[in-house]
Design a protein around this ligand. Structure first.
Ligand SMILES: [Zn+2]
Length: 453
């Protein structure tokens, strides 16, 4: 089977054909480092890590570029509010970001360009846009003229009114048209600024990604990823800038966008009090549980973060780790083919996870020890493709209850039998016994579930 991806540009699933099968190039918009990353920020990085792993298994060379936006008005504002130097703030929050990425089990990108180290590249791209007549200088600013670029809107498919509505927040006297966007803006004293042909200033956000992807991946590259909230205006603008400079068929050929994350059914916001930062979350649970939740829904679907899905993910991981705990593992064992097939079908991670469960069942059902060991090894080897199950199983269970999952399950069965015979004293005794071992039972319409207390 070949890799099939849903391309936002064409709104279709398409077979993935790299420009150069010896060198595949992937760009993902990185963080703006002004605060802790929240759980919604983490989703694309986990999803595109799975894509990166898959591509690396399929092609000899992959270049994965993910930028760090370390100059932005949000950064300037946050530094002022904190009474902190800008470079201290960006350094501190970049470190938090890298800690989060590591805890989530993401492989580092091959290049992680910082915007502030690429201002010259941005200036030369802006100069190119001015030369080609796609940009104009006005009141110390340089703006991209949307009307000058006939292909504008091809990615987001927004109509003219929607674009203006989207740009309205930025209506400013120096703009010829409300939909025009900033490529360069002047910096007053006390705000970071770079010398440019248009005075001391700083780049707009969109030009950063165009200039950095150009430098590390070229005028045209294979895949560009990010959250659906970036399609308009950020990605539309990135595309317009690069194509206005280098021609209509340049820039990313395939666009991948992940769905948004809600918390308890609501959009995450600081005012609703449901704002979960990775930094706080990782104090409470292992990064692998967060990763598992983020991969439990298909990436294009919305994902709701709630206690139940966290609990289910924790139990799933317990079950999977338990399947190879104490087993004699052979590291040579290959991935189980259905995992690969699931991921090749537009990164179907929920299906891939169900295949992991299927492998775990094969471990339990196998009669001979060597067969159990073989399936346990396949389980571990298959987990790598999702960035899961790479911890030592004993470590995984360390600090947890001293009771094995199989023992918990047989006690639950014993309790169910007791309840069926209306022996409630016995049923309660089993519940108390499990509680002492740190296992809490919950009776649901689907049956009894358990969790670590
Ligand atoms: Zn970007």
């Amino acid at each position: 089977m070949a890799l099939i991806l849903y391309n936002t540009l064409t709104r279709r699933k398409e077979p993935f054909v790299p420009l150069d099968s010896n060198s595949v190039r992937l760009y993902v918009c990185g963080p703006t480092v002004y605060d802790f990353a929240h759980i919604g920020n983490a989703r694309p990085y986990v999803i595109f890590d799975v894509l990166n792993r898959l591509l690396r298994n399929m092609y000899p060379k992959v270049t994965y570029a993910r930028n760090i936006t370390d100059i932005d008005d949000k950064i300037i504002k946050a530094a002022k509010e904190n009474g902190e130097e800008i470079n201290e703030l960006t350094k501190r929050t970049s470190h938090y970001f890298w800690e989060d990425m590591k805890a989530l089990g993401n492989l580092p990108p091959d290049v992680e360009p910082h915007a502030t180290a690429h201002v010259n590249e941005m200036i030369s791209m802006i100069s190119c846009l001015l030369e080609k007549g796609n940009a104009y200088v006005s009141d110390g600013h340089v703006l991209f003229s949307v009307k000058s670029f006939p292909y504008y809107g091809q990615l987001s498919r927004c109509n003219h009114e929607e674009m203006i509505a989207g740009a309205r927040v930025d209506v400013a006297p120096y703009k010829k048209d409300p939909e025009d966007f900033v490529l360069w803006k002047p910096s007053e004293t006390g705000i970071p600024g770079w010398e440019s042909p248009w005075g001391v200033g700083r780049p707009g956000w969109h030009i950063e990604c165009s200039a950095m992807s150009l430098k590390y991946l070229g005028e045209t590259f294979d895949i560009h990823g990010g959250g659906q909230d970036l399609i308009f205006p950020h990605h539309e603008n990135e595309m317009a800038q690069t194509q206005a400079c280098f021609g209509p068929h340049t820039f990313a050929r395939v666009w991948l966008h992940n769905g948004m994350l809600t918390v308890n059914g609501e959009k995450m916001s600081k005012s609703l009090g449901n704002f979960i930062t990775m930094h706080e979350l990782l104090k409470k649970m292992k990064g692998e549980i967060v990763r598992f939740v983020l991969l439990s829904s298909h990436y294009r679907q919305p994902l709701d973060w709630n206690d139940q899905v966290v609990q289910q993910s924790r139990q799933s991981l317990d079950r999977l780790y338990n399947a190879f705990r104490g087993r004699d593992l052979n590291v040579e064992e290959p991935v189980f083919e259905p995992i690969k097939a699931a991921l090749e079908d537009d990164l179907n991670t929920p299906l891939a996870i169900s295949v992991l469960h299927d492998i775990a069942s094969r471990v339990h059902k196998a009669i001979h020890e060597n067969e159990k060991n073989k399936w346990a090894s396949i389980l571990k080897a298959s987990g790598i493709w999702l960035g899961l199950l790479q911890e030592d199983a004993e470590n995984w269970f360390k600090g947890k209850t001293g009771i094995e999952e199989s023992a918990i399950l047989s006690l639950i069965e014993a309790r169910n039998k007791a309840r069926a015979h209306k022996d409630f004293a016995k049923a309660d005794q089993v519940r108390q016994e499990l509680l002492k071992a740190g296992v809490l039972l919950e009776d649901t319409p689907q049956g009894t579930i358990w969790r670590h207390n």
